[in-house]
Design a protein around this ligand. Structure first.
Ligand SMILES: Cc1cc2nc3c(=O)[nH]c(=O)nc-3n(C[C@H](O)[C@H](O)[C@H](O)COP(=O)(O)OP(=O)(O)OC[C@H]3O[C@@H](n4cnc5c(N)ncnc54)[C@H](O)[C@@H]3O)c2cc1C
Length: 310
């Protein structure tokens, strides 16, 4: 794709059909790490049509597109992102099909809210998602999971937007694996998904199981400071947290970033962290674990933008 110099792109007129597109918007408030620079362009479409119009505009300006859900699995560089960042945070509808026990969910719907709504209705199958602070779109992309459940277990299909228009993808096309889907690294955008649930349970029972899932997380994971959840994928059958803990790295700090004492696979922003601090800490942990255990820890968090090398 052709890329225009930043100055030319900034002077490109924003068509009036995109009232939501803004220039130079700070991204830190839109990520769970609370770090990161500015988006060259930023849009918060209110409808699917609005989103498609934003995509068409970005293509017409030869701008790269970055999709943003809740930003709960992202480390965005302090230098920010060029191109157009599209947030799905206002695309949060869902519709229940009682007959089929299915729910059709728009990309920006938060997982915890959906999990609680389904529990109140006595639908099982989404209790595991209550403590994951992401959107459905991000969860489809990441194959998010917890407590033995994951998106791959309940996804019937996903509606995605590609260069040739809207397509309906099957689980096979999504090629699900551990925190992996074929959408990762592609230019496809998840618009919505259809999930299969188990209706007809006692709502009190499903609510209790949902609450239990949340309680279990809060006793083992730090929720008090900004983070991205688990930083590294587990090098199965090993656990990344155990390896990092074995290195004595709990509490290890670079700038405002620290390896959490409660869970070694979490890095916390202690208040004044730069994205670069977190990046250096990630590299430090990787190096230590590689030297001691001859194992490569692969980040689960998506690192976007330019970082200074170590
Ligand atoms: C405290 C905490 C606990 C966590 N616990 C868990 C856990 O137990 N299990 C787990 O799996 N994860 C966990 N996470 C990580 C994170 O919540 C999940 O990966 C979640 O699925 C990310 O969703 P998101 O909407 O925040 O995506 P983002 O972080 O915004 O984006 C993630 C990736 O998906 C892409 N993307 C987002 N939306 C779309 C879309 N509509 N179309 C195309 N691409 C898109 C982004 O470009 C990016 O590459 C945790 C995070 C935190 C902060």
């Amino acid at each position: 794709m052709l890329s225009l110099p930043t100055q030319d792109r900034l002077s490109a007129p924003v068509p009036s059909v995109f009232p939501a597109v803004r220039a130079q918007v700070g991204l830190a408030p839109y990520t769970s790490f609370r770090v990161g620079g500015k988006a060259e362009w930023y849009a918060e479409p209110r409808t699917e049509e609005d989103l498609q119009a934003c995509v068409a505009w970005a293509h017409s300006q030869s701008l790269a597109i970055t999709m943003l859900g809740s930003g709960s699995n992202l480390l965005i560089s302090d230098a920010g992102l060029s191109g157009l960042v599209i947030s799905t945070r206002f695309l949060k509808q869902f519709a229940l099909d009682d007959q089929a026990g299915r729910v059709v969910v728009a990309a920006g719907t938060p997982l915890p809210a959906l999990s609680r709504r389904l529990a109140r209705r006595g639908w099982r199958g989404f209790e595991w998602a209550v403590g994951i602070p992401g959107t459905i779109g991000g969860a489809v992309v990441m194959n998010a999971g917890a407590h033995g459940g994951c998106m791959a277990d309940c996804l019937v299909s996903a509606q995605v937007l590609g260069a040739d228009g809207i397509e309906l993808w099957t689980p096979e096309q999504l090629d699900y694996g551990y925190r992996h889907s074929s959408v990762q690294g592609s230019d496809y955008i998840v618009l919505s998904t259809t999930l299969q649930m188990e209706p007809g349970w006692d709502p009190e029972l499903v609510k209790a199981q949902t609450n239990q899932a949340l309680r279990a997380r809060k006793t083992t994971q730090p929720y008090d400071l900004p983070s991205c959840g688990s930083v590294f994928r587990n090098p199965l059958p090993e656990s990344a947290g155990h390896l990092i803990e074995a290195m004595g790295l709990k509490g290890y700090r670079i700038g405002g970033a620290k390896v959490a004492e409660r869970h070694a696979n979490f890095i916390l922003n202690c208040g004044d962290a730069k994205a670069q601090d977190i990046f250096f800490l990630i590299r430090h942990v990787q190096e230590m674990v590689r030297d001691r255990f001859s194992l490569n820890l692969h980040p689960e968090v998506k690192m976007l933008g330019e970082f200074q090398p170590v």
